[in-house]
Design a protein around this ligand. Structure first.
Ligand SMILES: *Cc1c(COP(=O)(O)O)cnc(C)c1O
Length: 371
């Protein structure tokens, strides 16, 4: 028997001496009057990276979304429109606030919100559109911004998967009323767990700052004096130390994701499948290289995953339509969402992947589609 082939991880962070030095410094010195130093530095660095005015580091991406929507006053009786194909984290805060997630079908090319479906789903109860940039792919932001403006709705960006994605010169996360990012260990930048809320709106920033700190306003001089019930969704200084190193390496980390995607694109060219799109005028951060086999082409996704597994490669299925989960109403009419999900697979894209690793994964895809 030959030895087990080396493991090809699905994702894994890129951690250098810089991350471990900052984390060690935070652990040794980041207490007392210095207990917020890395947090404030991280927020400033992230604002500079993104080109946004304000940022508040949070314990998770889910927390950043929850805080932002709470600060917009989204609550019982309200509806928020989002794509049917999504990770549950985008929908959960809507439910936690007592509002209703309204799922709509996706666009076949972007795999994100179809603006026509969004417009058709608007009711007098609609308060916001949640634009999730899936796998780095950008939503149709001009169309969504126009719809939001026409109907007086908030456009929110869940940019957790869109670090490095750029819409006509502006980074994803800066084009709506607020943006949310995640620094979970699988994301392009990581702090282990963590997230960030970003906005250009001064008043919204102050409201989220208060909410994120148990309802204690920044200017409050009384000790232990919350003005309302808030949340405790702050990032720790230790996590922010790692985050500072990651943002300082932003261009390198994003370029690495693009290098992996482009290598896959070369290997898989000519096969009957689509990879993450990058329409003119945009840049895709390619968080997760994903293939969607053309409709009508025989494709056994489970067989390809089994082939990966046998060669110690970790591939993942595309997100299921949320409407196929037990807590939502079934939406068989969302034809594109259901069809895409069956034909799609995420390819491994951990930062230190070698060209040989990429070739090994691609060879299985080629062989499976020829089979
Ligand atoms: C990862 C992710 C989240 C949640 O982030 P957490 O930090 O895990 O809470 C939210 N939305 C999208 C699109 C994500 O990919």
């Amino acid at each position: 028997m030959s030895a087990t082939p080396s493991r090809i991880h699905y994702t894994r962070p890129s951690i250098t001496q810089r991350e471990t030095d900052y984390a060690a410094d935070a652990a040794a010195n980041g207490w007392g009057e210095r207990c917020y130093d890395y947090i404030h530095r991280f927020e400033k660095l992230f604002c500079e990276h993104l080109g946004s005015r304000h940022a508040i580091a949070t314990a998770s991406g889910t927390g950043a979304l929850h805080l932002g929507m709470a600060a917009l006053g989204i609550g019982a009786g309200d509806e928020v429109i989002l794509a049917d194909i999504n990770w549950i984290a985008s929908a959960a805060p809507i439910v936690h606030l007592g509002a209703t997630p309204v799922l709509v079908d996706v666009d076949a090319n972007s795999w994100c919100l179809d603006p026509a479906a969004v417009e058709a789903a608007i009711t007098p109860r609609t308060r916001a559109i949640l634009a999730v940039h899936l796998y780095g792919n950008l939503c149709e932001l001009d169309a969504l911004r126009a719809i939001a403006a026409r109907y007086g709705l908030h456009l929110i960006e869940d940019a957790a998967e869109a670090l490095g994605s750029v819409w006509h010169g502006r980074r994803a996360g800066t084009l709506g009323v607020f943006g949310a990012f995640s620094f979970h260990g699988t994301k392009t930048f990581t702090t282990g767990e963590g997230g960030i809320f970003v906005t250009d709106d001064d008043a919204l920033y102050e409201r989220v700052l208060t909410l994120s700190n148990h309802g204690r306003a920044r200017g409050e001089t009384r000790q232990f004096w919350p003005e309302r019930i808030g949340y405790k969704y702050k990032m720790s200084n230790l996590q922010a130390a790692i985050g500072c190193a990651q943002v300082e390496r932003a261009e390198e980390l994003i370029a690495g994701k693009r290098r992996i995607f482009e290598a896959y694109a070369r290997h898989l060219a000519g096969l009957p499948l689509q990879l993450n799109p990058e329409p003119p005028g945009t840049r895709n951060g390619y968080w997760m290289p994903t293939l969607v086999v053309d409709e009508g082409v025989p494709f056994e996704r489970e067989a390809l995953l089994a082939r990966f597994k046998a060669d110690n490669i970790d591939g993942r299925v595309f997100f299921w339509p949320l409407s196929s989960l037990s807590m939502f109403e079934p939406r068989p009419q969302h034809r594109i969402s259901h069809s895409l999900a069956r034909r799609a697979l995420n390819l491994p894209s951990y930062h230190d992947m070698s060209s040989a690793d990429i070739a090994r994964v691609a060879a299985h895809v080629t062989a499976q589609l020829a089979a």
